[in-house]
Design a protein around this ligand. Structure first.
Ligand code: SF4
Length: 438
């Protein structure tokens, strides 16, 4: 995703800078250059599926499918650079985010033959684009409507609601079952804690948050009530190094206080630290930085008895208020240890994150399907916007429909069940025919 550099070759010079890069990608994504190419090694390259725009660190397009020399299409990512050498210049060859790149597209060739390779020394097939003059201005859509969009457009509103409710119910029960399975092994309190922690990691850091919660069980954190935050940051691997000189005054003070507590636990916890490589730190809003979310988790653990009591009593309104009012003297004014303090206080958990935690964790854990049926949907995140663009873009009532949490959940389940598994650009997806049979 590194930005394209200026190039001097005719035909590629117009793609200089960020807007040039976006134009090239938009034209590629619109299919302007076609889908059949001859690779730089003479291989036949067919882009079976263009994928979706990637908005986090990593290659430009993900969930693409590419067939080489007529073989079975492989699912993975596509990277587009102006210059073939950008692969090396931008560090893709050593970046694990690029391990699943199937195709490296570029406009300008290197003076000498240049090979694109992943960190694992896999050769990445290359295609040099011949860019027709003119064109452009295709704009940027996050995803194109799929083959099912027309079929779903033709459904009556009650029928479409029924489809979405069924899928939403399935999704709800699957989440509930996952929490129940963890509860059978670790108890219901730990299961809820692990699920909440994973929910705090969304998007992109669910795994490391779950690892932290597994390595620091709730009962242990509650026993060490003076060291909760120090333990979370120590095991999370986010405590700044012992030399705190580069930090601002407030951050230095806070980090020092955490270190004083972490030292006492360091010997027994050092092997539990989550490796830095597991965290995804780029491509997200500063307010979602995992350091802030760990700070919020620390405050949440302090309030856990009230949280668990409200969840058990299905007191959702009170729980929402409690979660929205979590407060911390340092993290209310910092995105990270390293950044400048903010002038205005920041919410530890925004209203959308609180709503997501209710929909994805607390309601399934309590088996409260009825409340989900009445809930408004959290604001659409990138995944639900893409799913809406693929499945429901042609319905005039899409916004009203997706205002209900259960419909949004149903749509996400359909996306997961069909779109995420499809490598045929919809051609082999059975969903449109299933809709017709409804
Ligand atoms: S893959 Fe299937 S469900 Fe997804 S957009 Fe295409 S036809 Fe629709």
């Amino acid at each position: 995703m590194e930005k394209l550099r200026a190039v001097g070759e005719e035909g590629s010079s117009r793609f200089q800078g960020l807007s040039g890069e976006l134009e090239l990608q938009a034209r590629w994504f619109s299919g302007e250059f076609g889908r059949d190419f001859v690779g730089t090694d003479g291989e036949a390259v067919r882009v079976v599926q263009f994928g979706i725009w990637n908005r986090v660190a990593g290659p430009d397009f993900v969930d693409a499918a590419v067939s080489i020399d007529g073989r079975e299409p492989q699912q993975g990512a596509i990277e587009i650079d102006t210059d073939a050498r950008d692969w090396e210049r931008h560090g893709h060859a050593t970046n694990p985010d690029y391990d699943r790149v199937l195709l490296h597209i570029f406009v300008k060739e290197a003076p000498q033959r240049f090979f694109s390779r992943t960190r694992l020394h896999q050769r990445v097939p290359q295609v040099r684009l011949t860019v027709p003059q003119g064109g452009g201005g295709t704009g940027e859509a996050e995803a194109n409507p799929g083959r099912c969009a027309r079929a779903l457009q033709g459904l009556s509103l009650p029928d479409l609601r029924e489809v979405l409710h069924q899928a939403g119910r399935y999704r709800f029960e699957r989440k509930a079952a996952a929490i129940t399975r963890t509860a059978e092994v670790h108890g219901s309190g730990e299961a809820l804690f692990q699920a909440v922690a994973a929910g705090m990691g969304y998007p992109g850091n669910q795994l490391p948050f779950r690892l932290v919660a597994q390595r620091l069980p709730l009962r242990r954190l509650q026993r060490e009530s003076e060291s909760i935050e120090a333990l979370l940051f120590g095991v999370g691997g986010f405590l700044p190094g012992p030399d705190l000189g580069a930090l601002g005054a407030g951050a230095r003070l806070h980090a020092r206080a955490l270190w004083e507590k972490w030292w006492r636990h360091w010997g027994s916890h050092q092997t539990l630290s989550v490796p830095r490589a597991v965290w995804r730190l780029g491509g997200q809003r500063p307010a979602n930085h995992p350091q802030r979310r760990l700070g919020a988790l620390a405050v949440l653990v302090r309030h856990w008895r009230a949280v668990a009591r409200m969840a058990a009593g299905r007191e959702w309104r009170r729980l929402r208020v409690l979660l929205s009012r979590l407060s911390h003297p340092f993290w209310n004014h910092h995105y990270t240890f390293q950044g400048e303090p903010t002038v205005r206080p920041l919410a530890m958990l925004g209203s959308e994150r609180v709503a997501e935690l209710l929909v994805n964790v607390f309601l399934p854990a309590a088996g409260d399907w009825e409340t989900l049926l009445r809930m408004r949907a959290p604001e659409r995140n990138r995944r639900s916007r893409i799913a809406a663009a693929r499945l429901l873009a042609q319905r005039p009532d899409v916004h009203a429909l997706l205002g209900d949490a259960v419909n949004q959940q149903g749509m996400l389940q359909l996306y997961e069940d069909f779109c995420s598994r499809d490598a045929s650009d919809c051609a082999g997806c059975p969903f449109p025919e299933m809709v017709h049979r409804e």
